[in-house]
Design a protein. Structure first.
Length: 342
């Protein structure tokens, strides 16, 4: 069995959540057919109060993780922030803003905008930094989702309820538990436009008159538009989602020197039980060894799903020392997997 490219492990977790909100009580605020949303199986999600932004959630989670690990903010060698879908400001560095909020002083930072997948493959960039910089000892990796309801409809983007939360982990060189073993990810650039927001950037700075996220076409409408004249490609796209994710998982396993038979747990996006089962079952992983039981009470927290679920399962004793866990996910045209040994 080969060893990891760099010896590092997660020493502490921290979390921050928006306010717990019942899906059934507010679904009518987002869609005209709440029954469709309720069919997905979500019970509650987290909705940040007005004025609480991604930086606030990320900073709260980071402070908790740093305190648990007994690490002072100015001892962080590298800070990586993953997943802000719609940033608080254009031409703005959320990682630098988080470092300022924490009081790290001058430090190395990186911000990842790859959507849901960034919370999985972001650990690769932490490992890369530690591998190339032997003097680097401690990293802070934060994944956050704070839905901009002006731009996005929480219940009409994909078949999930978008939720506001953050997870932070302190990663230390040589830490013996929760060890990163490997990451693999790849992108199909053809699908990079599927979930984009069409205004707010340089091409179209302002939305059209009368536009609102409540009435705008949903994510599935965008997908159908993209494949309107190529129904066979749409069918292949739908069928290939999980096959490509299995390919990413196998690639990560190969790099880690483990096989599918070594995987004890799988943590995917906070999707429906059926979707999670479609990924776990071919790998021989039963549904009770996934995040399927956690997802209905948290919603889809963007890039925070996988690490947050891992931390909660560790607290509950649902994963044990020595277990090999695969974190995996899909974002717009990107598939990724990371292998962790508890």
């Amino acid at each position: 069995m080969t060893g990891p490219a760099v010896d590092m492990g997660i020493a502490a977790f921290g979390y921050a959540f928006g306010e717990d909100t019942e899906v059934a009580a507010v679904a009518h605020e987002y869609v005209d057919n709440p029954s469709r949303v309720l069919h997905w199986g979500y019970r509650t999600f987290h909705r940040a109060p007005e004025g609480v932004q991604a930086t606030d959630l990320a900073a709260d989670a980071a402070r908790q993780a740093l305190e648990q690990a007994d690490v002072a903010p100015d001892s962080v060698d590298v800070l990586v922030l993953a997943g802000p879908d719609i940033p608080e400001y254009p031409a703005w560095d959320g990682a630098a803003a988080l470092a300022r909020a924490l009081g790290t002083g001058r430090t190395q930072t990186l911000v990842l905008h790859e959507g849901c997948g960034a919370g999985v493959h972001g650990l690769h960039y932490v490992a890369s930094t530690l591998a190339l910089q032997p003097e680097t000892r401690t990293a802070l990796f934060v994944a956050v989702n704070r839905t901009s309801e002006f731009h996005r409809n929480r219940m009409n983007l994909v078949n999930t309820v978008l939720s506001d939360a953050a997870v932070a982990v302190v990663v230390r060189r040589g830490h013996p538990a929760n060890r990163w073993l490997a990451t693999a990810q790849f992108t199909d650039p053809e699908h990079c436009d599927i979930l984009r927001v069409d205004f707010g950037g340089a091409v179209s700075p302002l939305p059209p008159p009368g536009w609102s996220s409540r009435k705008a076409p949903g994510g599935h409408d965008r997908i159908r538009e993209q494949f309107a004249d190529r129904p066979e490609k749409l069918q292949r796209f739908i069928e290939d989602r999980y096959a490509l994710l299995a390919e990413a998982i196998d690639a990560a396993c190969a790099r880690a020197g483990v096989g599918r038979e070594d995987l004890a747990h799988l943590i995917y996006l906070n999707d429906s039980a059926a979707s999670i089962s479609a990924i776990a079952e071919p790998l021989g992983i039963p549904l009770q060894r996934t995040n399927a039981a956690l997802a209905p009470d948290h919603g889809h927290m963007g890039a925070a799903d996988q690490l947050l679920s891992l931390g909660l399962q560790l607290e509950r004793g649902e994963v044990e020392a020595g277990d090999v866990v695969v974190l995996c996910g899909i974002s717009a045209g990107r598939w990724g997997a990371t292998i962790i040994r508890i």
